[in-house]
Design a protein around this ligand. Sequence first.
Ligand code: PGA
Length: 250
Amino acid sequence: MGKYVIAGNWKMNKTPAEATELINAIKPLVADASCDVVVGVPFIDIPAALEATKGTNIGVAAQNCYWEKSGAFTGEIAADMLRAMGVGYVILGHSERRTYFGDTDATVAKRVRGALDAGLTAILCVGEYLEQREQGITSEIVAMQTKIALEGVSADELSRVIIAYEPVWAIGTGKTATAEQANEVCAEIRAVLTSLYNEEAARAVTIQYGGSMNAANAAELLAMPDVDGGLIGGASLKPNDFATIVAAAK
Ligand code: PGA
């Protein structure tokens, strides 16, 4: 199966000084991690995060990027700018971007293209709304989101794509998918990857679960065969909880 990656999604939390403090608290707790560890910080915190993680096993992710390289796009940040700073990862298509900021499958695909062209690793978020799960169309929704986002992504480039399955109803709600529900959809995503690429390429992709993953439920979720990591919101702001999740990813 894919390589384990535990990524924190700090969302719109922490000033640069607070980011340094949080990373300094996390650092010693995850120094022996047997998975990749990433912190997804607000743009303004990136310099502080890069400085605080220097020489450690912690990677830094941005939470979005624009696909054009430069130009008249007020308020946007180009993937190339992130790469130039030394950022390794970018979270794309998070449901909060889709729900509040107008991201669509089409714009997420452009962001993935831009991120890969810039040399970043994309953490692509997919997931269904509660109504869609209740309608029994979770598989179709997630397959469609995955296929559109990966349009034109080569098998070679796929090695720089992490997919985060995040059921929208589980994000920030304290309502976690059961390990079986999480694994079922992660396995379906892997089947989509097999159909788009091949079995070997699909097996190598890290597929994370995200949505109220915490210190208490991480071990069970991460023990599932198709769950290769987690995208962690709330619990990533608590050093001990985040470290417990990291320790559960083996
Ligand atoms: P949560 O957020 O862990 O707070 O539910 C997950 C996410 O939004 O990536």
